[in-house]
Design a protein. Structure first.
Lengths: 342, 342
DNA sequence: CTGAAAGCGCTAACAA
DNA sequence: TTGTTAGCGCTTTCAG
């Protein structure tokens, strides 16, 4: 019939120490699994006390002392895009496996939020940061003093680890696929945000045009934001050209799917009238009509690899210079492309 | 030409105090926006010092003292399902608005991970927990001593706030819709995990059958796990019945979409041969062929509402008893249902 | 309005 | 193998 304490505050290491008849240092040692320097019997007594009191370590206090939080922050531009969900899963699974928690910061294409998250990471002394920067620069990242990994392959971030896909090569291959099908007038729905994102695709497109001596027609490139509306607008613009393209490459699947839907609304047949190829291979890509042909990225794996880099860097086991892990893309042929009827 | 310090440790409140020529208490007061008890001039001097040193508050130390972390944990069973992505976004947006960070725990239908996350929340002294429990019981939740909100409406959790959808009513309405189209033999792909999830749908189905004097045929109910394979197997089973149903209700869209795909593989026409209605209205539901008719849930709003509850409870501004916010479902008619040809 | 001092719960030398 | 001690950086009485 014991009444509960009024302040139901959790027991501390001191309570455990008292209950076990040892000092708090000893309890601490047991907690840290310092099996070498504590007698088995003592260790058992402590374990018993811990169980009896329902003691749960206070990670805050521990962190203050050790300056390690075992928490990392992931900053992605758009968690609603299944692409980032997958990357996140890969990162989380790997980080958790090494005892880290992951705080997800959803940038939502908002530059302000992005830097806000960086501040949060700093104030909370997170052990690491994984980010796909849309506006943040290398300087700011380095200024945090926190080990960082970039999700994606970017220029302008020397000395920072990067894990991503070979978007340049993937874009090239997607275009080559279209070319092989006889397409010579290929539109490009160019998703873009700020300076960096999506630039590799642009370069690849430009290089492809030059290399194959296609007519450089800037009206074939439509720059849009990375969302559904962007994809629709992109397709609309392309189709209303006096001489519309016979095929279209879109920066990602969100854009491609939206483009396909707009085409359908406009009575333009896919792939009969226009072929479409996307990039990423997100979950919904397989369920559209026709199913979307797309350049698949290894999303989950990118997350895992990024986590690996981060873990090593936090442990100080990484070389000074930035490392890159570039995973190849792979064409997934489904039903949105057909030979040119030109 | 000043060389960087060897330990690039961040400046503390003490450095700021020295630079501003005041005591650390004063700095602390300024930091907390205690505008009442510090002279404007002093406050400015402190502000200047903070800026000059690039000081960033150490949230860890602060948390140790105040026992507040401004961090909550979200535990969802399956982040890969766009349903949970949306709920998460709602929760995050609202929590962040009130200064909280959200740590996402992806349970992945793994009971072990679920309780692991609970431990993490405890050790890190998170201020709150938002969870859709698959295995965890009320007792364990309460034992954490952390303010909690349940995502979804469940029995067996008195005194805990809940925000979710009216799944029972939604299921009833979905079935009524099918009934009105003339369907009398309605299959049920019953997603299930452990004791609780999805039970409201089962009850609704049973009640519906009874109320409309339909023949109670247990072979029309196929219990499956909440994943794609489950949906495929469910449909397969239903279609291979000697007398297959003319319509099917699936516990969620993941299941419904998979069921539709399996039907197509089997040469069974949707909605010609069999009508299908799902639940949730996730993003891909609009892009299938035919587009999926489904009972939409207010995902984002559920997240927001849960956050609201949590914020109030953390602030101690919530009544002792558990509150519920039950958001209605809404039928989204697309193309996967047709009148029975019976 | 400001400062001095006492901790929050834990870890890590250093002694014993 | 164990205990003692000194903080980690901050908040919060309590004096002044």
């Amino acid at each position: 019939m014991s009444a509960r304490q009024d302040p139901p505050s959790r027991p501390t290491i001191i309570h455990v120490a008292r209950a076990a008849g040892v000092s708090k240092s000893t309890v601490s040692r047991v907690l840290q699994g310092d099996t070498a320097s504590v007698k088995p019997e003592t260790r058992q007594a402590v374990a018993r006390a811990i169980r009896k009191l329902g003691y749960e370590q206070n990670a805050i206090a521990s962190s203050l002392r050790t300056a390690r939080t075992h928490t990392v922050m992931l900053i992605a531009p758009d968690i609603a895009n299944p692409f980032w969900s997958e990357v996140t899963r890969g990162l989380q699974d790997t980080m958790e496996h090494s005892g880290y928690s992951v705080v997800v910061g959803n940038g939502d294409w908002d530059p302000h939020r992005e830097s806000q998250f960086l501040k949060t990471a700093q104030r909370n002394r997170f052990d690491g940061i994984a980010i796909n920067p849309t506006i943040i620069h290398c300087r700011e990242l380095r200024a945090t003093g926190i080990p960082t990994v970039i999700l994606g392959i970017r220029d302008g971030f020397p000395q920072i680890d990067m894990a991503g896909s070979d978007t340049y090569r993937g874009t090239l291959d997607a275009l080559a696929y279209l070319y092989k099908m006889g397409h010579r007038r290929i539109g490009f729905i160019y998703g873009r945000y700020n300076t960096d994102p999506g630039y590799a695709r642009f370069q690849a497109y430009a290089d492809f045009v030059k290399r194959n001596h296609l007519r450089a027609d800037s009206s074939l490139i439509v720059e849009v934001p990375f969302d559904r509306a962007g994809g629709e607008r992109g397709m609309q613009t392309l189709l209303s050209l006096s001489k519309p393209p016979t095929a279209v490459f879109a920066s990602n699947d969100i854009l491609a799917i939206a483009a396909m839907q707009r085409a359908a609304q406009l009575g333009v047949k896919v792939p009969g009238d226009v072929s479409i190829v996307g990039m990423d291979d997100i979950y919904p890509a397989a369920m559209t009509t026709p199913p979307l042909t797309t350049m698949a990225k290894q999303k989950y794996e990118v997350g895992c690899q990024a986590a690996q880099f981060l873990i090593e860097r936090i442990a100080g086991k990484a070389p000074r210079e930035g490392r890159r892990c570039v995973l190849p893309c792979r064409l997934v042929e489904r039903g949105s492309c057909a030979p040119s009827r030109g």
